[in-house]
Design a protein around this ligand. Sequence first.
Ligand SMILES: [Zn+2]
Length: 477
Amino acid sequence: MPYIQFLGAAGTVTGSKHLINTASDASGKQGFQVLIDCGLFQGQKEWRERNWRDTPVPAREIEAVLLTHAHLDHCGWIPRLVKEGFGGPIYATQPTIELCSVVLPDSGHLQEEDAAFYNKKKLSKHDPALPLYTLEEAEDCLKYFKPVALGESTQLSPDLAFRFVRAAHILGSCMAEVTLKTNGSTRRLLFTGDLGRVRDSQIAPGKVVHSSPQEGESADVLIMESTYGNREHPSTDPRPELAQLIRETAQRGGSVIVPAFAVERTQKFLFILKRLMETGQIPRLPVFCDSPMAIKAVDIFLKHSEEYTPQAADLIAKYGSPLGWAGFTFALTPAQSKEINENKYPSIIVSSSGMATGGRILHHLALRLPDPKNLVIFIGFQAPGTRGSIIKSGAPEVKIYGEFVPIRAQIAALEQFSDHADPPEMLEWLRTFTNKPGVTYLVHGEPSASSQLRERLKKELGWNVEVASYMERVEVK
Ligand SMILES: [Zn+2]
């Protein structure tokens, strides 16, 4: 019997990896094996340590990877998979491939930097500490990527085919519809990857990529994300609050620090800042975008205007590329990044990583967190155990570069910028299904989020819903 095995993003929101094995015998040996997503575990050490474990099946026996989008928790383990012997095609949409060509080498670079730091400070119990993969290894794996257009069907084996459809989460994001022939019948498996907002709206403003995941789906087995399974997005427009927070910080002579994912969230936030400045809602403070990856991603976004919301298209038509906006500085080199520290006047610094797990945001936080004049705004999900979640939780101090930094700056969080559907939106989307899936497995959620969503879907739709567990195998009947 074919099966799916959840190798990640089960019991947590990171490390997305779902294995399909078309095996007809219990050993699984003769099966054709495909991995849906190949993400990095982030956050709590208990999960991060799993990045160092081999896949339960030899990597070389996996025939292909279907990649839903370019966030690291979905693609960041690909270089390691290749390092372990995988040599098959990695199917993804063209924008996803372009974004991966920026995101993966950057991740390799961060892995190397971390290892070097641990070696210098002798902080690791491993001697020497090694990177999970290097920048060069990340660049090398790009040759396995193969572009597939949305809606185009690809036959991977006599029994297995797939098609990507719109997930509306970030640029290039898609869901994977997999068709599997087993014992003379055909089964449809739908992997949502991350599911975007269901509609463009004032409460989720500034979205660069337009909303609405593909409607009218059907599936025998649905594998759905549940990041926001137990939380509804606030129903207010966040812009007035954001503008007020920025104005107050500027008035007291402080700066605004915004940890933001380099892909999508940074571009979206820059668009919002520009709009707030142009409409006089915030002063024209200098804006520093301190993430080489975000800068490269801007260029990729500009190439794919077919995915824009009308709002984003309008903004670009009016003001041109963000890279040319007056008062917006894009720091490419480490020296330019450090120069931002010299700036003693109120400014806005947008930098990554979004959960403050690494990257240039760390030196900005280390410098600015101790001063109560400053403001740190979180505009994205903070996985438990990350520095971002520690700072957001109101902790008095946080460890950065091996030292404790006191947290005296004002801390704020705006949840409306999420690129994930919340439960009412998920229900709205699921109600467009043309059938009731035989079973739905919830993945990519903290245990409480997944279990609460499970109860809600069972109650409101009457569906058969299970929460996937890490390493669990489920048969495709
Ligand atoms: Zn994502």
